[in-house]
Design a protein around this ligand. Structure first.
Ligand SMILES: C[S@@+](CC[C@H](N)C(=O)[O-])C[C@H]1O[C@@H](n2cnc3c(N)ncnc32)[C@H](O)[C@@H]1O
Length: 280
């Protein structure tokens, strides 16, 4: 962390607490988690970028929201947002965020169950948005645009946003998605203030080298909201949302059984005793 004056060991250990608390990713819904080292750097960056601001996350399986709140709460970072709210359609993720916040007394952090296809319920209540959306490999970025639109609504088409998407010069689709996303942003009065290229890697078996960037957007001072938030109904925006033939069909992922994510589930193992008996 060249040039950054933080206790690296304490930061990594804090991120490790957050990782223990993450539910396992559902690959068919494009849940692919960022690796630990990149989470440390990303959290520090986000905390500085959103210092003293109200920050909203549109989806956050990675749990960067939790890291940012926790690092500040533990005094590892001296800066960070004044308020963080996560909107995610996975009840396991919302539950894990809220339980961690409750356990660690992070009173600036909460999560709300919400599907990005539905109208956004809290327009204009935030100063900046963060999203690491489904990357739009099979829909030219349409899924990224849905998440970015919700972020723009959350900040009332003012303020700033950070969009984390694929970044690879060898593949065609990430370049297409980067271009369509920048166009989408410009058409809505947001310009690209900065782009940090290829700064994160993921637990992604079929493409372990695929990296993502931080695309930082800022609203033009004269920008205005194009109208109230509404449901996404155009089938073209919903097709191949999570990859080829993975359209949007699920409103919520509901938590069946509350598990302690950091510990082995009792369905995964059984004990065999010295006597040869097994516990049922
Ligand atoms: C799709 S993943 C993208 C990869 C990212 N690294 C991750 O796993 O968080 C981003 C987050 O969006 C959430 N998500 C996916 N579809 C959603 C939807 N329609 N509405 C709200 N959240 C959604 C997922 O649950 C996940 O937490």
């Amino acid at each position: 962390m060249a040039g950054r004056d933080i206790d690296l060991r304490a930061a990594i250990n804090a991120i490790s607490d957050v990782i223990q608390n993450r539910p396992r990713p559902i690959r068919t819904l494009d849940q692919i988690y960022m690796k630990a080292g990149d989470m440390v750097l990303q959290s520090e960056l986000v905390a500085k970028w959103a210092d003293k601001k109200r920050l909203v996350f549109i989806g956050d399986g990675d749990a960067i929201s939790v890291c940012v709140a926790y690092l500040k709460h533990k005094g590892i970072l001296e800066y960070g947002p004044s308020r963080i709210t996560v909107f995610d359609f996975d009840e396991r993720i919302c539950g894990a965020v809220n339980r961690f916040a409750d356990h660690e007394r992070l009173d600036t952090l909460n999560a709300v169950l919400y599907n990005a296809i539905d109208p956004f319920p809290k327009e204009g209540l935030f100063d900046c948005f963060y999203t690491n959306p489904p990357w739009g490999a099979s829909n030219q970025g349409a899924s990224v645009h849905v998440f970015a639109e919700r972020g723009m609504e959350a900040v009332g088409y003012a303020g700033e946003g950070m969009v984390v998407i694929a970044d690879d010069d060898e593949l065609e689709w990430p370049q297409t998605v980067l271009a369509t996303t920048q166009r989408f942003a410009l058409e809505r009065g947001f310009y690209v203030q900065k782009m940090a290229s290829k700064v994160h890697v993921y637990h992604l078996d079929d493409a372990p080298g695929l990296k993502s960037c931080n695309l930082m957007l800022k609203a033009l001072p004269s920008n205005k909201s194009p109208g109230p938030s509404s449901a996404i109904t155009d089938p073209q925006r919903l097709k191949n949302f999570y990859g080829r033939d993975q359209d949007v069909r699920i409103r919520y992922v509901k938590e069946k059984k509350r598990v302690d994510y950091g510990k082995a589930n009792d369905t995964e193992y059984e004990f065999e005793h010295f006597s040869g008996d097994r516990d049922e």
